[in-house]
Design a protein around this ligand. Structure first.
Ligand SMILES: Cc1cc2nc3c(=O)[nH]c(=O)nc-3n(C[C@H](O)[C@H](O)[C@H](O)COP(=O)(O)OP(=O)(O)OC[C@H]3O[C@@H](n4cnc5c(N)ncnc54)[C@H](O)[C@@H]3O)c2cc1C
Length: 485
């Protein structure tokens, strides 16, 4: 099946029963369940864009195996032009939710592509693993499947220092036995963003926590992918931040709830053809840097960051225009900070493409340092961006009638007192509902937490940047300076 439509995506979710729980209840159909359905609809809209006559050329490319159009985020880039095409496509998707859905399917499409292109890396572990990852990539590309992933073990005891975790004292997903049919795995994992709304789940090692060299570390060294409906796989959702309110009251939460879930795997059988890596601790620890998966997922992440920054700049500018605060110097300082963030993200995205190079697997790979810097910076930028929206909005974020109030007993008071010099009462209230949903509501708070953590915590990512950066030329400059007479 070439590039899917939204309806085909939704039908796929319905056709593959999966075990999803939310607030003590088993969800029968994620596409109609309140709190999940609108998020599913938003993902479906992305797939529909692949069939929009005005956009199709920018959303798809020709499959190398079937000659049919498939999603452009699956492309194995060989040139800088390929990277640009992919970024244009990813922008189209990112801009539909203004970056509020971080986990659009392109995030994992590019990651699996990178792993498949680096098939020989997996082949070192067992020769058949190379073909497994290549077959899997082709399978998800040709069927246009949606993936989630879980890389992190549930927190119980993070007493270890530096970049290792002690898997004996932790709650860790582990291989409990090997059979002729495949691996049997048991344990929980966090955090499957988009999990209930995905077709497949990929489980592979996290970049910023290395497996320690304990005797049974091999049990935790694996990479595989299985359908979300696999027997024994259960998704436990957090509460939904789509509270069933109108798009006026909760403009973001009512549309872009991508849901996060803990997963539990109760002796789940992973068929051998879905295993990409097993038992080799070194290969497991080096999977991300050696396949360059992080650079490619970063290309999607930074594209999303630009879309998000643009939206926040637009929102903040409208807020100050509405409140008439645009001549105040302190307000300028806050707006300038948002503009700086946007321009830094754009510049780093550009730098990653301009400095892209063909990697050892023959793939045109976005440059690591600009991608890493953009990803690390955004962890600190985004909470500040939400704070700036709060600082600019102040009481207008709480002097916030609901849509129903405009038809209630106080409607005349609202019209009389809540307009500003530049906005009607209704337009002002609608705008500040958006600001609150971005910077204060449960949906907005989750956005902040997402940006802080979804790609690992800032401290460990900082250590990785330091590890990968070569300061030697700069150190030499200083040595030369000190040597001057
Ligand atoms: C909204 C959201 C969505 C997410 N979606 C996904 C997803 O789709 N897939 C996925 O795999 N993961 C996802 N995650 C999980 C994310 O990868 C983790 O939150 C992140 O890697 C940090 O791990 P942790 O939460 O277990 O925190 P911990 O690793 O326990 O860290 C918590 C704090 O303690 C410090 N700390 C703990 N242990 C150490 C240590 N050994 N060395 C140094 N510092 C330490 C950290 O600096 C950090 O500040 C998501 C997280 C959030 C919040």
């Amino acid at each position: 099946m070439p590039a899917r439509t939204g309806e085909q995506y939704l039908a796929g979710l319905r056709e593959q029963p999966r075990e999803v729980h939310i607030r003590g209840q088993r969800v029968e159909d994620v596409t109609s369940f309140p709190g999940l359905a609108n998020g599913a609809r938003s993902i479906a809209n992305l797939y529909d864009m692949q069939h929009d006559a005005a956009l199709q050329d920018e959303m798809t490319y020709i499959s190398p195996t079937t000659g049919a159009p498939v999603g452009l985020s699956f492309i194995a880039p060989r040139t800088k032009e390929d990277l640009e095409r992919r970024r244009v496509m990813m922008f189209h998707w990112a801009r539909t939710s203004y970056g509020m859905m971080g986990r659009t399917p392109d995030f994992l499409n590019v990651s699996i592509m990178a792993m498949a292109e680096a098939g020989d890396y997996f082949g070192q572990n067992r020769p058949e693993f190379k073909q497994n990852i290549i077959n899997y990539y082709e399978y998800i590309r040709e069927n246009d499947l949606t993936l989630t992933h879980t890389l992190v073990n549930l927190q119980r005891n993070r007493h270890q220092m530096a970049t290792t975790r002690d898997y004996n004292t932790d709650v860790a997903l582990a291989v409990v036995r090997e059979t002729d049919a495949g691996l049997v795995v048991r344990g929980p994992r966090v955090l499957a963003t988009l999990g209930p709304l995905s077709d497949e789940i990929a489980i592979y090692p996290v970049r910023n926590a290395r497996l320690a060299g304990s005797e049974d570390a091999w049990r935790y060294a694996f990479a595989f992918a299985i359908p979300c409906g696999t027997p024994g796989l259960k998704f436990l959702c957090r509460e939904s931040f789509d509270l069933g309110r109108s798009t006026f009251d909760h403009p973001l939460g009512s549309r872009f709830e991508e849901m996060d879930a803990i997963i539990f795997l109760d002796d789940v059988l992973v068929p051998w053809e879905r295993v990409f890596l097993f038992g080799d601790v070194d290969l497991c620890n080096n999977l991300s840097p050696r396949t360059n998966q992080y650079n490619h997922s970063g290309h999607q992440v930074v594209t999303k960051n630009v879309a998000k920054c643009e939206f926040v700049v637009g929102l903040a500018s409208l807020m100050v225009h509405t409140l008439g605060s645009e001549t105040i110097p302190q307000v300028h300082a806050l707006l300038a900070e948002l503009i700086e963030n946007l321009e830094i993200m754009k510049a780093l995205l550009c730098a990653a493409e301009v400095n892209a190079a063909v990697d050892e697997w023959g793939v045109m790979c976005p440059a690591l340092i600009p991608i890493t810097v953009a990803r690390n910076l955004f962890i600190r930028m985004y909470p500040r961006m939400a704070e700036i929206i709060q600082l600019l909005g102040s009481s207008s974020l709480m002097a916030l009638p609901s849509e129903a109030d405009f038809d209630g007993p106080l409607a005349a008071d609202l019209e009389r007192y809540m307009d500003t010099d530049t906005a009607s009462a209704r337009d002002r209230v609608q705008l500040f509902h958006l600001a609150w949903d971005l910077a204060g509501s449960a949906f907005g708070s989750r956005q902040v937490l997402y940006e802080r953590y979804f790609q690992g915590d800032w401290m460990r990512n900082a250590s990785i940047l330091w590890d990968r950066y070569d300061p030697e030329p700069m150190m030499q400059q200083v040595r030369d300076f000190l040597a001057r007479s």
